[in-house]
Design a protein around this ligand. Structure first.
Ligand code: BGC
Length: 727
């Protein structure tokens, strides 16, 4: 019996209840990620009425339920077990936004692979990752889960993560099915409020929000999850145009579409379905195969079928896709292979080491006045203060369901381990959110005793992620008053202050950046956070992270991103009637790509060859990079383009590449970045790709600040014309 025939035979033999069971995913109750809906699934599994589970981990538990499906259900179809393996599983890596700061596709793939291995050892077969929603709004808590503000970066991350999660062979015991989510345009929720309605242009949808998903599909992603949100009145869960026509017909995606948690039932709240049966009909017609947590297919489709609103062929097509995925995952042939053997201690220790190095590389050094970092050897007494100084359980950040907080390393523990000879003084001062300021004086006393003060400030882990929007994305509680008091005291005493920010988003803290000597964005770095931070503070690792989102200087600048169009009245301080604020500059406090190291880099000699290019050509961009600093360090160089005159106004900067180079003090190297000319095509008036002849600016430098970029040009030629001589 070949594989297709097995699936076809099953479909032929299945009752409606069994078919709908394969289209149903229910929580097993081991972890909660939304409203608790399901109760005990045991009988339903035996009846074949539930074919997929989420929120269950641990090989023992998984195999127990798998055995029910295989041995006690009529057809013995294996369960698909899915889990939110977002930034690690038991071992946590930095939250995705922090990992984006690495600008390193190999590292992105490697952490995904390690997370998958660890989850597979826990019996899991599907990861609800990668999250690919471009976010230009720090108010939106889910910014933490995604790739940041840029679509091209999102596409690179998408490819790397899908490769890492799925590997070459989905049936391998270490591979999981990836789920690209949340399709799509979830990031621009109105006013940054999670779940709110989305209304953006079709161009923005295609230029900004779709590319990461197209890249995931190109990398062979097994499944896609529609967003909770609507797009201009059409909920994504029922979006025929974007699911069935674009995803399936145009992009050729033939994998599984799994709804988000209870999203099919929420079609009623959106106001497009009057009852569960209508909701189920809309979702199935749009192409959603698996109903997660709404029980809409089980309860609603039988009536819809009877009324002729859906056909058995439509149900069968969805069942076929689900069974095909189970087959590709090897679940029919080896249902117990994931979790068959516990992982070795060595594998887990290696993973911790990876977590530490990736976490250190995710840290973005935002400011380092007078080279206060790395800490000088003369710093013998260190005050480590603030509500996040000794908060190991917060280090995991949002979406750390299977994480093991007891094994997380906080800043205090990390520094104590790294500096056994130093005296490390500690007090929290204030809580993350609390109003009580009575602990501040104790920290002020520590300032007097210490050579330097490390202030650990920021958000609690659960202040970003889902349902965690903030109208004031700044330091919560009494932290500002606390930090100000410490800075004032330290300044009086002549002691340096290093502020470490824990956050799932860029925070709006211009006052802190102005006053602290050094500021680091530590996002949520995962299990090894404290060790990684110690590595950077002590200088054993030179920081190399670069922010994947712009840091606003005021909340009123949001949404803020580098890829803006010029408009007819671009900012110009000599002219009043220009696009600018009266009260703050247009520029962010820190642009996309900003991040310092312990080196000091200078870029020179930009070369763009050849000077003319046709669509099929490869353009090479070379730049010399010199480390004029006193320490070995790694520089990341970004390649942007700007099409100054085009049929459709193009953004002032478009990211098209990045590269890294590590240099010794005094060393100069050359970095080569390749730019396929085809990447310079864009969506024309009719939203179809066009490659327009003309001059393109090539801008290369350390971040998306135009004033810091070297500028060259390339002349694009139509394919039928010979090169133009410039003489
Ligand atoms: C989230 C998804 C997640 C799902 C399952 C939902 O609330 O939006 O990202 O994968 O829950 O936990």
């Amino acid at each position: 019996m070949d594989h297709m025939s097995r699936i076809e035979m099953l479909i032929r033999d299945m009752t409606l209840v069994e078919k709908l069971g394969q289209l149903t995913m229910t929580a097993a109750g081991y972890a909660v990620t939304g409203p608790v809906i399901a109760g005990d699934s045991t009988d339903a599994i035996k009846a074949g009425a539930i074919g997929n589970l989420l929120n269950l981990f641990g090989a023992g538990h998984v195999h127990e339920l798998q055995r029910l499906a295989i041995e006690e259900s009529r057809l013995g179809i294996p369960l698909l077990i899915a889990f939110d393996v977002i930034h690690g599983h038991r071992t946590l890596f930095p939250v995705p936004l922090g990992e984006a700061a690495l600008f390193d596709p190999d590292a992105w793939a490697l952490t995904a692979r390690e997370a998958s291995r660890e989850a597979a050892a826990d019996g899991i077969a599907m990861a609800f990752a990668p999250m690919l929603d471009v976010s230009r709004d720090p108010r939106w808590g889910r910014s933490a889960e995604g790739p940041g503000e840029d679509p091209w970066l999102g596409a690179q991350i998408a490819g790397a993560k899908v490769r890492g999660i799925q590997g070459d062979d989905l049936s391998a015991g270490e591979a999981l099915a990836a789920v690209a989510k949340h399709y799509c345009a979830y990031g621009p929720v109105t006013a940054g409020r999670d779940y709110a309605s989305v209304d953006i242009s079709e161009r923005c949808l295609h230029e900004v929000h779709l590319p990461p998903f197209a890249a995931a599909i190109a990398a062979g992603v097994a499944a896609i999850m529609p967003a909770f949100t609507d797009l201009a009145g059409i909920p994504m869960t029922a979006h025929v145009g974007l699911l069935r026509r674009l995803l399936r017909d145009q992009l050729g995606f033939d994998g599984v579409i799994v709804s988000d948690y209870n999203a099919i039932a929420e079609l009623m709240r959106h106001g497009v379905a009057a009852n569960l049966s209508q909701a189920a009909t809309l979702a199935l017609k749009a192409g959603v195969d698996i109903d997660m947590m709404a029980n809409a297919y089980r309860l609603g489709l039988p009536a819809a079928l009877q009324a002729g609103a859906v056909t058995m062929a439509e149900i069968d097509a969805a069942v076929r896709r689900v069974l095909t995925l189970k087959e590709r995952l090897g679940l029919f042939d080896q249902p117990y292979q994931r979790g068959a053997a516990p992982e070795s201690g060595a594998a887990r220790a290696d993973r911790r080491r990876l977590a530490r190095s990736v976490a250190a590389r995710a840290i973005v050094l935002l400011k380092n006045a007078n080279d206060v970092l790395p800490l000088a050897p003369s710093v013998r007494r260190l005050a480590v203060a603030g509500p996040l100084a000794d908060a190991p359980s917060e280090m995991g950040g949002p979406w750390s369901l299977a994480g093991e907080p007891a094994t997380h390393v906080g800043v205090l523990a990390g520094l104590r381990a790294a500096l056994p000879e130093s005296e490390i003084l500690h007090a929290s001062g204030v809580g993350i959110l609390a109003d009580d300021v009575s602990g501040i004086p104790q920290v002020l006393d520590l300032c007097a005793a210490a050579d330097a003060i490390i202030l650990c400030l920021g958000e609690a882990a659960d202040m970003s992620g889902e349902a965690a929007s903030r109208a004031h994305p700044d330091l919560p509680g009494q932290q500002r008053a606390f930090a100000q008091a410490v800075i004032d005291r330290a300044r009086m005493l002549g002691k340096p202050v290093v502020a470490i920010l824990f956050c799932g988003r860029p925070l709006v803290v211009p006052w802190l950046v102005e006053q602290a000597d050094a500021v680091l964005a530590a996002w949520f770095l995962g299990s090894e956070a404290g060790n990684a931070i110690a590595d950077v503070l002590t200088g054993s690792v030179s920081p190399s992270g670069r922010t994947p989102m712009s840091w606003p200087r005021a909340t009123g600048q949001i949404p803020i991103f580098f890829g803006q169009r010029p408009g007819g009245r671009p900012a110009d301080s000599s002219d009043h009637f220009r696009s600018r604020y009266l009260d703050v500059p247009n520029e962010p406090l820190f642009p996309f790509g900003h991040g310092l190291s312990y080196g000091r880099f200078a870029l020179s000699k930009l070369r763009v060859t050849p000077p003319h290019a046709r669509q099929g050509d490869l353009i090479e961009v070379r730049v010399d990079v010199a480390n004029d600093g006193a320490r070995i360090a790694q520089e990341t160089v970004f390649l942007f383009t700007h099409d100054r005159i085009a049929t459709v106004a193009r953004p002032l900067l478009e990211l098209k590449g990045f590269g890294k180079i590590e240099l010794q003090p005094g060393e100069t190297g050359t970095l080569t970045l390749s730019l396929p000319a085809s990447e310079l095509s864009f969506l024309g008036l009719d939203l179809q790709p066009v490659f327009e002849p003309g001059e393109i600016e090539i801008l290369v430098g350390p971040c998306a600040d135009r004033s810091r970029l070297l500028v060259g040009t390339v002349q694009l030629l139509a394919d039928d014309r010979p090169p133009v001589c410039s003489s």
